[in-house]
Write a protein that binds this ligand. Structure first.
Ligand code: SF4
Length: 326
């Protein structure tokens, strides 16, 4: 039986701005098992990236603040750790791949040095051994002529190669959890599939758990084991991939699924979820999806739905499935 690597309980991360309080992550709970890929999906501004920054301890304070909740990594609460303890876990056991590979690399440092530098602070290897390990990782992420590439600078590489380098840097310490925040957004479509294949292959090889953050449900369908759907800072549905795609319950999830283009039906008009994500400063008292929901009822205006468990592993936050509707 797999162990639970990460458990998030009732996480609330808010930003205190001049305009008011932005409830970017509001009462979010989920877990990740050892070796699994969990997809975190939703539109821009739904709280996915702030969730990952909260796990990494990278929420800018102020204006950000983790108001409440627990983030248990291997049973220990990251929110109660000192900066030193957190820094060690962040380098050794939880690593992250960001959206934009160019800005995440140092333009004036050789690729091999940048990968080796990760080991400088987190291992006892000699300089020569660190360089050799860097070359080995470049080979592992599928870049040809790794010795030559280790000696290159970031601007001498394509966007896809730079993202592979970031994956190498993230995996060199064999982390227990890899957070990939929209890892293919800045890349060409043909390269996107290669990078996602690589993450999946390395997940199988290294057995690191992966939190895959994306706005694209098609990416989730291809790569994740389970899915958490977020909307307006809240978790609205979670299930294993087969259940979510075969039996989606939340009206927002259904809308997202209908928006995926179908291969072989190029003329089919794509479904659009009308309207926009509400302003997180001024959320209505009821369901935040109310203004866009085709199944909204009167009670949705003022009553925030709670999370309901439909069956083991499948939860939803919607009045259609509350106790009173059973
Ligand atoms: Fe729609 Fe109401 Fe469910 Fe919200 S609670 S998703 S408004 S039916």
């Amino acid at each position: 039986m797999s162990n639970t690597i990460l458990e998030i309980h009732n996480l609330k991360t808010y930003f205190h701005t001049e305009e008011g309080i932005v409830r970017a992550v509001d009462d979010v709970s989920f877990h990740i098992q050892e070796g699994e890929i969990l997809g975190l999906v939703g539109e821009s501004g739904c709280g996915k990236s702030v969730t990952s920054l909260s796990i990494m301890g990278l929420v800018p304070v102020p204006p950000g603040k983790i108001e409440d909740g627990e983030i248990l990594f291997k049973g220990k609460d990251l929110l109660k750790m000192s900066d030193k303890e957190l820094q060690k876990i962040r380098g050794d056991e939880i690593t992250m791949i960001f959206q934009e590979p160019m800005t995440a690399l140092n333009p004036v440092s050789k690729i091999g040095d940048q990968i080796a530098e990760v080991l400088e602070f987190h291992s006892d290897l000699s300089k020569k051994e660190r360089w050799e390990k860097a070359v080995e990782m470049i080979r592992l992420v599928g870049i040809p002529e790794p010795e030559k590439r280790a000696d290159s600078y970031p601007h001498e590489m394509s966007g896809g190669m730079r993202q592979r380098i970031l994956i190498a840097m993230a995996l060199i310490k064999d982390p227990s959890l890899l957070i990939a925040d929209e890892p293919t957004t800045a890349l060409d479509v043909t390269i996107q599939a290669q990078i996602l294949d690589l993450i999946k292959k390395l997940n199988e090889q290294f057995h690191s758990a992966v939190l895959l953050i994306t706005h694209d449900l098609a990416v989730i369908a291809e790569n994740a084991d389970r899915v958490v759907v977020m909307y307006a800072g809240k978790m609205v549905e979670s299930a294993d991939v087969k259940t979510l795609f075969g039996n989606p319950k939340h009206p927002y999830t259904r809308g997202l699924l209908k928006s995926i283009p179908v291969l072989g039906e190029p003329d089919k008009k794509l479904h659009i979820i009308e309207g926009n994500v509400p302003n997180l400063i001024d959320l209505p008292p009821g369901c935040p999806f109310y203004n866009r929901c085709p199944e909204a009822m009167d009670r949705c205006i003022n009553e925030l739905p709670v999370i309901t468990t439909l069956e083991e592993g499948h939860t939803v936050r919607c009045h259609l499935y509350g106790e009173e509707n059973k």
